[in-house]
Design a protein around this ligand. Structure first.
Ligand SMILES: [Zn+2]
Length: 745
């Protein structure tokens, strides 16, 4: 007898061990992983009462040499120290040094020769340059406001300037840097700016980016963000005002971050009239330079120079584009009480696609993003066309996608153009205004931006909308080999390039879509997302500020979500492992008489045991007995449970018990589609917290009036469940003869 008990004891242990494997704390709060809240950044995710940030104002004079591609510049930076501590030195970013021979990027790029490789391998991805191009800055001088040389040291892509005296809190310091570099051919050097050369007419389209020494960010949680530029991790930049003069050949058209300050001296009388008309035209773009005019200009070269003046307030960077090839169209967009000017500059090689779609896409992006975040605060938004690009700066972005030589283009090219313009214009919001640290966290701008880009395409271009950035679209990636995969919360430069698109862009976008459509619901999600954007507009948020704000504004516990989607490589794969169908047996039983042991917390009623193979409903319902509530479960209550009333409510109902297994590891809400015998359907949504007491296997009971013929998990592909074959009941275990035939032929 005693021996039997011991055997039973171990059987129970074995059984439990199988069904409830170890607890991974998937619903535990992120508390200890996130930085401790303080008076700079609060536990709510909002900036704190002592939040501060630095400021850097720039006055820059630059000149483009169209014959040698040399860019020469001199800049005066006024740096405001708002930190509570003094600074002995300042760090500047010298991004062009990434193209210098011995840059860390060149030294540490890896690749193999293999049997045969394209010639462009030697000059781009491999980091081994065999061209004659000499990249990197020539720094001519670094001087204080009195013209005295300041000591500086250059460490690769970073330059430290030592200050004559410590810069105390509340003080500012002005200094000047004179520099030059030769712009690179983007066809050979894979950069974010560079030039495109057009051999047919001998002209260039220049897109100048990371073109001047820029201040690093100094902040409350990282100090100086002076992590070297390795190519993939982008930029961390300080806000300030920019006054920039750009000297170019007089037949060039220039577009830049900011508003043109001297239109009368750089535009012809006719161009000026068109420019003024565009500012008041909301329905369609106005041509300031037509294609015909641009084609004429391509044929000649002006030896005269002209200086374009731009001013931009409260921006984190400044970029510009210049070419005599540019066609220019523009129209005003209504955003709240502002009317920013949407403008496109493109060579004829972009037409007719560009004149039809670019400015329209700018308008669509500005309108939708403004609805979801804050009203676009800047006065202009440019989209510039140059081959194979997609890069963003405040108020200006550079975009590829051009039609075939005969002007025709496919639906895919149209989609790619719309997508890239919406995306790069969208970057005005993340990270140009919600100014996160791209060097460390690519997902904070790319992920949030891809999500809103996808929303813009979904709502403004439904005919082009596909699976990009959606839960369905991320399934192939989530299903992939986990051994080398990195979670979203991985430093930008440590993400493997082949996975960068998924890790930084589409996985976070898919995750936010799951959050909006399934976990939170659109109304609550949109409110919380907007709250985050508004809290951190013109500030520097970190990941915790986003995670915390989304919870703070919604009353949805999201720690499990950030844990699973952002800190692990787990994927959603729920196996509907077992379905049982019950009906109430029509007899009442007095448990006192039957001497049945029904303990408090014992949720399983007595059944007549399993029937059939359990793969379909063919064996009909199992019957179960509803026991009268035993006396000892009535507790101290003087009244008694009305067993018959409960029995009547259940009489004739179909009761389904489903066992769900979490195969992929990522806890998820359940979306269940019930199909009834009469052909009608019902979709039921269960929050992810259903897994909190057992992260691996759960059993749940559902009561339905009508008989169910089919149960389908994730019917709309909204959960990113990577395996649909275990999402259906009746189980389709055998391959039909027809399927087999198709497979073999
Ligand atoms: Zn992007």
């Amino acid at each position: 007898m005693r021996a039997l008990y011991i055997v039973l004891f171990f059987l129970v242990l074995y059984f439990n061990g199988n069904t409830q494997t170890q607890w991974n704390g998937k619903f535990e709060q992120l508390g200890e992983i996130l930085p401790t809240p303080n008076s700079y950044r609060t536990g709510s995710g909002a900036p704190g009462s002592n939040y501060w940030q630095q400021r850097a104002d720039y006055v820059i004079n630059a000149e483009v040499n169209d014959k040698t591609q040399l860019l020469t510049g001199s800049e005066t930076i006024t740096y405001y120290n708002n930190a509570p501590e003094s600074l002995k030195f300042l760090w500047l970013q010298l991004d062009q040094n990434i193209f210098a021979g011995q840059s860390i990027m060149n030294q540490t790029s890896t690749g193999a020769v293999k049997d045969s490789i394209p010639a462009s391998f030697f000059g781009t991805a491999s980091g081994i340059t065999v061209t004659d191009y000499k990249g990197g800055y020539t720094i001519k001088s670094v001087k204080d406001a009195a013209g005295k040389n300041l000591p500086y040291i250059i460490n690769n892509t970073m330059m430290r300037i030592d200050l004559p005296a410590a810069l105390k809190t509340g003080e500012k310091f002005s200094f000047s840097v004179d520099w030059s570099y030769t712009e690179y051919n983007r066809q050979v050097f894979d950069g974010r700016g560079g030039y495109e050369f057009f051999p047919e007419d001998g002209n260039y389209v220049y897109t100048f980016a990371q073109w001047f020494p820029r201040m690093c960010v100094y902040d409350d949680y990282e100090g100086w963000q002076n992590k070297q530029f390795l190519g993939q991790g982008e930029f961390a930049l300080t806000f300030g005002n920019y006054s920039v003069k750009i000297t170019v050949p007089s037949d060039h058209i220039v577009g830049a971050t900011g508003t043109i300050q001297n239109p009368k001296s750089v535009l012809t009388k006719e161009q000026l009239e068109r420019y003024e008309k565009a500012k008041k035209t909301f329905d369609a773009p106005v041509f300031i330079v037509t294609e015909k005019e641009a084609r004429e200009k391509e044929k000649t070269r002006s030896e005269k120079k002209v200086t374009w003046e731009f001013y931009a307030e409260n921006v984190r960077d400044f970029a510009f584009a210049s070419s005599r090839k540019f066609i220019w169209d523009a129209q005003a967009v209504k955003v709240g009480d502002k009317t920013p000017l949407a403008q496109s500059l493109y060579p004829k090689e972009g037409n007719p696609l560009w004149e039809r779609e670019s400015t329209k896409a700018i308008k669509n992006a500005l309108e939708l993003y403004s609805q979801r975040t804050f009203e676009f605060p800047y006065p202009v938004a440019y989209s510039i066309h140059s081959a194979e690009q997609g890069m963003e700066y405040p108020m200006i972005c550079f975009n590829g996608e051009r039609p075939k030589k005969d002007g025709s283009y496919s639906k895919t090219t149209l989609y790619d153009l719309v997508q890239v313009v919406v995306h790069e214009v969208g970057h005005n919001f993340f990270p140009m205004i919600v100014n996160s640290d791209e060097r460390q966290w690519s997902w904070m701008d790319e992920g949030l931006n891809t999500f809103l880009e996808k929303e813009t395409v979904r709502l403004r271009y439904p005919e082009l909308f596909g699976t990009h950035g959606t839960p369905k679209g991320i399934v192939p990636f989530m299903r992939g080999d986990k051994s080398q995969m990195r979670p979203i919360m991985t430093s930008s430069d440590d993400v493997r390039p082949g996975e960068f698109g998924a890790n930084a862009y589409t996985k976070p976008s898919a995750a936010l879509t799951v959050l909006r459509e399934t976990v939170m619901g659109p109304e609550i999600f949109d409110k919380a997302f907007k709250e985050y954007a508004q809290r951190w507009a013109f500030k520097h948020p970190g990941p915790a500020d986003f995670f915390r704000s989304m919870e703070d504004a919604s009353a949805v516990d999201l720690d499990w979500f950030w844990r699973g989607w952002f800190y692990t490589n787990d994927n959603v794969d729920v196996d509907m492992a077992e379905v049982k169908w019950f009906k109430l047996r029509s007899e009442s039983v007095d448990p006192e008489k039957k001497k049945l042991k029904v303990k408090r917390g014992d949720l399983e009623a007595e059944t007549n045991g399993g029937k059939g193979d359990g793969n379909d409903f063919s064996n009909g319902p199992e019957e179960f007995t509803l026991l009268n509530t035993p006396e000892y479960l009535q507790g101290e209550f003087k009244s008694r449970v009305d067993d018959n009333a409960i029995r009547q409510k259940l009489d004739g109902k179909n009761i389904y018990q489903i066992k769900f297994k979490n195969v992929g590891g990522l806890v998820t809400p359940l979306v269940i589609e019930w199909t009834f015998k009469d052909g009608s359907k019902e979709v039921e949504r269960i929050p992810a917290e259903v897994w909190r007491l057992n992260e691996n296997v759960i059993t749940k009971v559902f009561i339905k009036d009508k008989e169910v013929v089919n149960i389908l998990l994730d019917p709309n592909f909204e959960l990113a469940d990577v395996e649909m074959r275990n999402n259906i009941f009746p189980k389709k275990t055998t391959t039909s003869k027809f399927d087999q035939f198709k497979k073999n032929n």
